[in-house]
Design a protein around this ligand. Structure first.
Ligand code: ADP
Ligand code: MG
Length: 202
């Protein structure tokens, strides 16, 4: 199977005064296209650090990360931004939706920065909202949605650019157990339907 993300001896440490904090050491990993990866560990284990590096939001102290054949260390900040926009969808613990915008506008926002006609943007947005089960909530603002629904809006937004991988950092951290189970079921369903890689920290 084709690789989606390859980590080659990746380490990350932080310098705190004259002391070096080693958070991640010598991680090598090959995530294939369409794979579902869950990374588990207690708080402080380094899950967010790891995810931010492979999501190109942070850089390793040593080692290489290759995303869809692109070695991230060879790319400039603006090239990384383009890569993130095209290939990566992010889902966060606190949803990160824009409070003043409807579910529909939150989801379609990433498309506005692309050269796509409004008609097509609207069609894609409705389609994705349907697939996450929010067809009858499109005009609700985040404050008019439950936590589980807000997170499904965030999942729809993460998928809208047709990324090759979706990263979710403790996506059910702010949900009750029923909504967490539903969210994980949604990830499994979407993974099958879209054949994308999902990387989830729990
Ligand atoms: P997790 O997501 O698994 O809870 P994190 O990746 O957020 O863990 O953090 C891993 C460790 O790295 C923690 O001990 C944290 O205090 C430390 N850490 C995270 N970011 C920084 C930073 N910018 N500077 C120094 N230490 C950091
Ligand atoms: Mg974390």
């Amino acid at each position: 199977m084709e690789s989606s993300i390859v980590l080659d001896d990746v380490s990350k440490s932080y310098e705190i005064g004259d002391y070096e904090l080693h958070v991640l050491q010598d991680i090598s990993l090959d995530i294939k296209k369409g794979e579902f990866i869950a990374i588990k560990g207690p708080s402080g284990a380094g899950k967010s650090t790891w995810m931010n590096m492979i999501g190109s939001l942070d850089v390793p102290s040593s080692g290489n990360i290759i995303l869809d054949g692109n070695d991230l260390s060879n790319l400039s900040e603006s090239e990384l931004a383009v890569l993130r926009g095209k290939k990566i969808g992010f889902v966060f613990q606190n949803f990160n939706l824009i409070p003043s915008l409807s579910a529909f506008d939150n989801v379609s926002l990433p498309l506005i920065f692309q050269d796509i006609k409004k008609e097509k943007r609207d069609r894609i947005t409705i389609e994705i909202l349907e697939r996450v089960g929010l067809k009858d909530r499109v005009n609700h603002k985040p404050s008019e949605l439950s936590g589980g629904e807000q997170q499904r809006v965030a999942v729809a937004r993460a998928l809208i650019n047709d990324p090759s991988v979706v990263f979710a950092d403790e996506p059910s951290g702010n949900l009750d157990s029923k909504n967490s189970v539903e969210l994980h079921e949604l990830f499994f369903k979407l993974r099958k339907e879209f054949n994308k890689s999902f990387v989830i920290a729990t």
